[in-house]
Design a protein. Structure first.
Lengths: 285, 298
């Protein structure tokens, strides 16, 4: 039991665990909307744009979260504008806009690295360096997202299922989509410290993909994805502590391992059921 | 109770305010036609897709909306549900004027089956209940009375016992029935079906039309868009031909003429009347010699 209790003796690990559970659950809950809206690229793209925002914030001497929030907002607007151009699709717009911001971030961060910012921690996360400000931001975004879900659950589900019919039946579908986009940007900004720019994409896709293998109800999907996100963070953090590996990577690898295991079990059960069905059909007179 | 048509009232646009309003369950007078459209023009932004449409649909009436691709059939449905920009004209649903870009409460929409994500994690009952979203409370769950209403509609449409099934497990006909239930759960006066014959087999088409006929007999006004000219000609009492504007409107025997078809489709088509039925065929056979065709058809 030492391996379980020992890390809890460190203040940084306690903060990391709290941040990890919240970010994992937050990304897990969001992943249901990201996956069902078939917008898996958006998390990846917005996370890339964060780097540009952080770089510019550091260059200007303002708080990095301000830069990250501004960059995701600018990216979301530019994606919308570029994606509306005839002949272009949203996925092309996502990559054009966000990789440009990412590249800008790499250039600026490399120029201002002297002020104590590690490109590595931005790219791969630094959950063990989580401070009070980070926890406050993560807690605030988690609370706001929970309120959004509770207040607009039915409307968000209907909009995600069928935007046009929802709008035709009196639901403010456009506003719901805008709120989901805003929530995605906020979750990405809040998760950067824990997961890193390059690893967020997995956290906002994988939990829902895993949960989808287990349930066909939207409500249960949300519950399972949230739990999976948090559990992957806890296991990943312990692995990070004991293996002395980057925490964002161990969290993502934990989630991926769980997904692969569930996929194998589900596939085996399906194959077994099919074989049993064929055998019964052959036995039937 | 009559409702003043001059007072705009689009409950779907203000669910929060309407929820506690006394008028929620008030139906308009039966004398008011469920759907009245006057000189309606509209499209998407500055692009005009449809103009000068006049249309009145009475209770119990089923109208087939036909025309070539791009004729404005879907735009008409989108204008009636507040999903396209109205440039001019007037729309009334059950005697109540509907403002531009507002979804009228008493209009139910059945989308094309092909436009739906059938792997979406919903049960049949949940999918039907979503139709109540704009009128329901902000709580994340539906009330017991709302669930009872959904079950009642599912029973009525022959889906009893399937409420807990995932939507992907339904057959084509069952999917159409489920969407009819969702469209009706808000006490619709007008039912709009977008291409219900698209991608479904002959038996499903017959099943859907039978159900729609029953609903119309109960007083609903129904608009069906389709590309299947012969299907509507054979089964519907009224056709509305569109080609950016109304080309013709009336019973098949009056409007199914080569002149109307040429104007609507910009193609030469022939109309065959035989044993009280009407069919539209190409003016000239498109493939093969006369002898070959005779061998194909016997």
């Amino acid at each position: 039991m030492d391996w379980l209790i020992e890390p809890l003796g460190f203040g940084f690990f306690q903060r990391a665990l709290l941040a990890g559970v919240l970010v994992g659950g937050l990304c897990g809950a969001l992943s249901v909307f990201v996956v069902q809206r078939r917008m898996s690229s958006i998390g990846h793209g917005l996370a890339h744009s964060v780097l540009g925002g952080v770089g510019i914030a550091l260059a200007l001497g303002v708080h990095e979260y301000l830069g990250a929030a501004a960059a995701t907002a600018v990216a979301a607007v530019l994606i919308d504008r570029v994606g509306r151009r005839r002949g272009l699709h949203v996925d092309a717009a996502i990559w054009i806009v966000t990789t440009a911001l990412f590249a800008l971030g790499v250039v600026v961060v490399s120029r201002v690295e002297g002020v104590g910012v590690s490109t590595e921690s931005l790219l791969f996360g630094d959950v063990l360096g989580v401070g009070t400000a980070d926890l406050l931001l993560i807690g605030g975004v988690s609370g706001a997202f929970a309120i959004l879900l509770l207040a607009r659950w039915k409307a968000l589900v209907f909009t995600t299922f069928d935007h046009d019919v929802a709008a035709a039946m009196g639901v403010a579908a456009g506003r719901n989509e805008a709120l989901l986009n805003l929530a995605t940007a906020a979750v990405v900004v809040a998760s950067v410290r824990v997961l890193g720019v390059l690893l967020i994409a997995s956290a906002v896709v994988l939990p829902a993909a895993l949960a989808r293998l287990l349930t066909a109800s939207f409500g249960r999907l949300m519950a399972v994805a949230t739990l999976v996100g948090s559990a992957a963070a806890v296991v990943g953090l312990y692995a990070s502590f004991h293996l002395n590996a980057p925490s964002g990577s161990t969290i993502v690898l934990t989630g991926t391992t769980a997904f692969a295991a569930v996929l194998v079990v589900v596939a085996a059960r399906t194959a077994l059921a099919r074989r049993r069905g064929i055998a019964e059909a052959l036995r039937a007179p | 109770m009559a409702v003043d048509p001059a007072v705009p009232d689009e409950p779907g646009a203000h669910p929060g305010r309407r929820r506690h309003g006394a008028s929620r369950h008030v139906r308009a007078s039966n004398d008011a036609p469920p759907l009245v459209v006057r000189d309606l023009s509209g499209g998407y932004g500055a692009l005009r897709a449809l103009e000068h449409v006049d249309l009145e649909v009475a209770r119990g009436e089923i109208v087939g909306v036909v025309g070539p691709s791009g004729a404005g059939k879907t735009t008409l449905l989108r204008l009636l549900t507040g999903q396209a920009d109205r440039h001019a004209g007037h729309v009334e649903v059950a005697g109540q004027a509907i403002r531009d870009r507002r979804a009228p409460r008493r209009v139910g929409l059945v989308p094309q089956l092909g436009s739906v994500d059938w792997d979406f994690p919903l049960t049949v009952e949940q999918a039907v209940l979503l139709g109540l979203t704009a009128d329901s409370s902000r709580r994340p769950w539906f009330r017991r009375s709302e669930r009872a209403r959904a079950r009642e509609l599912l029973d009525r449409l022959g889906l009893d016992g399937l409420a807990e099934r995932p939507i992907r497990a339904l057959s084509g006909g069952q999917r159409q029935r489920m969407f009819l239930a969702r469209a009706m759960i808000r006490d619709a006066d007008v039912l709009l079906l977008d291409e219900p014959t698209s991608g479904v087999d002959v038996a499903t088409r017959a099943e859907v039309l039978g159900l729609v006929g029953e609903l119309a007999a109960e007083g609903l006004a129904v608009l069906i868009t389709t590309h299947d000219l012969n299907w509507v000609a054979a089964h519907l009492p009224r056709l509305l031909f569109l080609n950016q504007s109304v080309v013709a409107d009336g019973p098949p025997r009056e409007v199914l003429t080569p002149e109307v078809l040429r104007k609507a489709y910009e193609a030469d088509l022939a109309v065959i009347h035989e044993q009280g039925r009407i069919a539209v065929v190409d003016e000239e056979p498109l493939l093969g010699s006369a002898r070959e065709r005779a061998s194909w058809t016997g």
